[in-house]
Design a protein around this ligand. Structure first.
Ligand code: SF4
Length: 363
């Protein structure tokens, strides 16, 4: 009940809403009406629900219950159309959520690329924790440490809030969701997976248009492969050997490349699905052609694609941007071996909305 009061009705699944209406002596179809209002219709307040009797809504409100979508505290708009939202949760903690119009740089691994169709496309990058404990050395979010996990309703709420703010009609517009904002989704696994189910069964997002990125929490990759409803998998690899990876991603000391790549190889891919390997290129650290060849051996035989991401610079980040020439040569090594490899266009760099830049403005 504490959770319910804190975050509201958003985040409750159909069974939980059914229990709630039954507790109030209401017929079961009221649960369906509540579910429909909260998720597909994305209403912001109980008083906006016209299908439920006012007396029942009043009882819920007297109990302190509300829907409680996150509040937009600030909005930063980039020249390229990217919007970075600072979202306040019911307890006042803030996270960042990013809207990228058009495409997503191929992040979703569905064959689409940034800017391939100006109309009706867009990607929402969602946070899963307040801050992050993983401590990747190239990431601004890491500088915060982790404050707490987000609850399922707070994860779904970021999506609902952006959809409402952008006036998106999901029946006409094909959007993608990437769980690549602040936090490591697989360190908040139950809430993350509940949010996924609510987005699919409630809000109406196809699972095939969602991608989750993990820094390499190997045991959860096995769990994730067994989920009946799940997004696509991206692994934030960023290095081709343990020495470099442990240096830039300390999580590698817990799950090294052998255990991570074993999990990746065991991952049950669906028809035409690929694992995305993300590789943030850092000048003089992991950008040599020898690294490209090592990477090729790591991923050989896995149905995958590779996204090369030139470092997004930021204060306090002790790495430099690689040269374009080296990134292109790195790409060629992989492409010539038959690995689809893309160089991601940075989005919203000027407003610190690009990868690894979230939480620049708020300490
Ligand atoms: S890159 Fe992702 S997993 Fe790594 S510290 Fe940043 S938010 Fe956490």
């Amino acid at each position: 009940m504490a959770e319910l009061l804190e975050t509201g009705l958003l985040g409750l699944d159909f069974q939980e809403l059914t229990a709630l209406v039954q507790r109030h002596g209401q017929p079961q179809y009221r649960a369906r009406q509540l579910f429909h209002a909260i998720y597909p219709q994305r209403v912001k307040s109980l008083r906006d629900i016209s299908t439920l009797p006012k007396s029942f809504l009043a009882v819920l409100q007297e109990e302190g219950l509300e829907i409680r979508q996150p509040q937009i505290e600030r909005k930063f708009q980039s020249q390229d159309g990217t919007i970075r939202y600072l979202m306040a949760m019911p307890d006042g903690e803030t996270v960042e959520t990013v809207w990228m119009p058009e495409g997503d740089g191929g992040e979703v691994a569905d064959g689409s690329e940034a800017g391939d169709n100006g109309w009706g496309r867009g990607t929402i990058c969602v946070s899963s924790q307040v801050g992050c404990a993983v401590n990747c050395q190239f990431c601004l979010t890491a500088l915060l440490g982790v404050k707490r996990n987000l609850q399922a309703g707070e994860i779904v709420g970021q999506v609902a809030t952006v959809l409402n703010d952008r006036g998106v009609d999901l029946e006409r517009q094909h959007l993608n969701i990437v769980f690549m904002g602040m936090g490591e989704p697989f360190l908040n696994y139950p809430s993350f997976m509940k949010a996924v189910r609510l987005l699919v069964e409630g809000v109406g997002f196809p699972e095939s248009r969602m991608t989750v990125s993990t820094s390499g929490i190997a045991p959860r990759i096995y769990d994730f492969g067994n989920e009946p409803i799940r997004p696509k998998l991206a692994i934030s690899l960023n290095a081709s050997n343990d020495e470099v990876r442990s240096r830039i991603m300390p999580i590698n000391k817990k799950w090294d490349l052998t255990s991570l790549m074993h999990a990746a190889r065991s991952f049950p891919l669906r028809n035409r699905e690929r694992i995305t390997f993300e590789y943030v290129v850092l000048r003089g650290v992991n950008d040599e052609l020898s690294h490209a060849r090592e990477l090729l051996e790591l991923v050989r035989g896995i149905r995958c694609k590779v996204n090369l991401i030139a470092l997004n610079p930021g204060p306090g980040i002790p790495f430099a941007i690689p040269t374009d020439r080296l990134v292109r040569e790195f790409q060629s090594v992989l492409v010539q071996a038959g690995i689809p490899t893309f160089i991601r266009r940075p989005r919203g760099r000027d407003i610190y909305a690009a990868c690894g830049q979230l939480k620049r403005t708020v300490a």
